[in-house]
Design a protein around this ligand. Structure first.
Ligand SMILES: *[C@@H]1O[C@H](CO)[C@@H](O)[C@H](O)[C@H]1NC(C)=O
Ligand SMILES: *[C@@H]1O[C@H](CO)[C@@H](O)[C@H](O)[C@H]1NC(C)=O
Length: 458
């Protein structure tokens, strides 16, 4: 049903796009960067005010960014809600996304994108064979498609791969994928787009997973961490919901943190948590979040009901709109932690945290070439999948092995260092990076290694 609509939209999209200005050249879009434990838009703190956008629901595979008409229909509502970000769970990397991304940029809206699809993802029950070169090729090709949009805010390397204690065994693979994506972005000289993981709403190992993703060598750490949270069920409060504890427990965490899904629907939703999330009681540690979810699906979390070209707003839509409109961001920088940086790896504590140490699988041998050659062709949703394909990892990585390899194609245009390394203080280093000639890249590599932070161009 949806397929034909998408195809039409794409045909129309393709012809319009030729005339449209190239999105990467848009000077009016400011890319989001990481400083300390926060996001920034230029010199201003950036808080995610977003929704999760998956019309059709989690069980139906669709790419809403390739559906230009649907996207434009919904942008009107995003704007009315006062959003600055949407999250999309899967995209077909063989399709064109210019028209929707351009329209989102016009509306001041950024995209947080999950790079995985059901056919190209890690298998939590048996992660080793699923971490292979065919899988990496797909997700690298997705990076190629989205890296040049300045309103691509961030990539999720995984979503709820770990959903209980025992599945924490898969954590080294999640972390290896995150490392590889970050290395790919640097090796291909793209803008340094933040990469991180979206964790399930589970108390037993949320903190360990967050710490795990931010321990070890700089190439192995994430740029941010996010988790899904349904613990605030109206009527509630900062303390009743336990959000006060989630601030306390994450105080001192060195990466930007946000809620990748929130909005408990047990009772009537008033979205009272919005006033807590953008209040200084939380903004020293959290950078906003994404409400689950835009469209009404079987799970009953929707803000609107979509039927064809019509969008009917529901009671939850009005409640959220009202909550956003009466909640402004804190003055100044919201009390963020300018230092940021790594933490020690969590200790093994099975069955809740069944990971010993922090050694990671090395990148599968045949995937190494993508770092220098690029990923090439994008298989899209119709690709044959990666679960049991390709070649798996055969060895353990040497810490630091995920540093980017020098790319001969460096134009100095995209590889400004931000949040890698010791995460903090990097924004000031971007300007020199932009003017760098390829000849200087080697020197900068050495300097950045010496100074630790920021300028990771290796
Ligand atoms: C906070 O940390 C304490 C101590 O580690 C733990 O018992 C508690 O469950 C955590 N609370 C939340 C909400 O994560
Ligand atoms: C800021 O972050 C650093 C590094 O994670 C941490 O050591 C320090 O305690 C944090 N400061 C505050 C006030 O949270």
């Amino acid at each position: 049903m949806k397929g034909s609509a998408v195809a039409t939209a794409l045909t129309l999209g393709a012809s319009t796009v030729l005339a449209a200005p190239s999105i990467q050249a848009r000077d009016d879009v400011t890319a989001i960067t990481v400083k300390g434990n926060a996001f920034f838009k230029g010199d201003d703190r950036f808080y995610i005010r977003g929704v999760d956008y998956q019309p059709g629901g989690s069980s139906k595979l669709a790419d809403p960014i390739a559906d230009a008409d649907g996207c434009k229909r919904d942008i009107k509502k995003f704007t009315e809600l006062g959003l600055n970000t949407i999250r999309v769970y899967s995209v077909d990397n063989s399709q064109d996304h210019d028209e929707c991304m351009n329209a989102l940029a016009d509306a001041g809206i950024y995209l947080v994108l999950d790079v995985n699809t059901p056919k190209y993802s890690l298998n939590r029950a048996d992660p080793a064979p699923s971490y292979n070169d065919v899988y990496l090729q797909y997700i690298f090709a997705t990076i190629d498609k989205f890296a040049n949009y300045k309103n691509t805010l961030a990539f999720f390397s995984g979503n709820e791969v770990i959903n209980d204690g025992p599945s924490s065994k898969a954590a080294p693979y999640v972390k290896a994928v995150t490392r590889d994506l970050r290395q790919y972005i640097r090796s291909r000289n793209y803008r340094e787009i933040p990469v991180g993981y979206s964790a399930a709403d589970i108390d037993t190992n949320r903190l360990q997973m967050a710490e795990y993703m931010n321990c070890g060598t700089d190439d192995e750490r994430s740029d941010f961490f996010a988790f899904n949270d349904y613990s605030w069920c109206d009527p509630s409060s900062f303390t009743t919901s336990g959000w006060d504890q989630k601030v306390k427990n994450f105080t001192g965490y060195g990466l930007p943190l946000f809620l990748s899904e929130y909005g408990c629907n047990t009772n009537k939703r008033e979205f009272e948590e919005v006033s807590a999330l953008y209040n200084t009681e939380m903004t020293g540690v959290y950078s906003g979040g994404l409400v689950y979810e835009y469209s009404q699906e079987a799970s009953d979390y929707g803000l609107v009901e979509i039927s064809g070209n019509d969008v009917k707003t529901l009671a939850d839509y009005d409640a959220l709109k009202s909550a956003f409109s009466k909640t402004s961001n804190p003055q100044g920088d919201g009390g963020y932690n300018k230092t940021g940086g790594a933490n020690p790896c969590p200790a093994k504590d099975s069955p809740n945290w069944d990971v010993d140490g922090d050694s990671l699988p090395a990148i599968p041998e045949p995937a190494k070439k993508y770092m220098t050659q690029g990923a090439g062709k994008a298989p899209g949703f119709s690709g044959s999948g990666s679960m049991n394909a390709g070649t798996a990892s055969t060895s353990t990585a040497t810490p630091g092995s995920g540093s980017a390899t020098s790319s001969s194609s460096s134009s100095g245009s995209g590889s400004s260092g931000t949040s890698t390394g010791s995460a903090g203080a990097a924004a000031g280093l971007q300007a020199p990076a932009l003017t760098m000639t390829p000849v200087l890249v080697g020197l900068v590599t050495v300097l950045s290694t010496m100074f630790g932070a920021g300028l990771i161009l290796v």
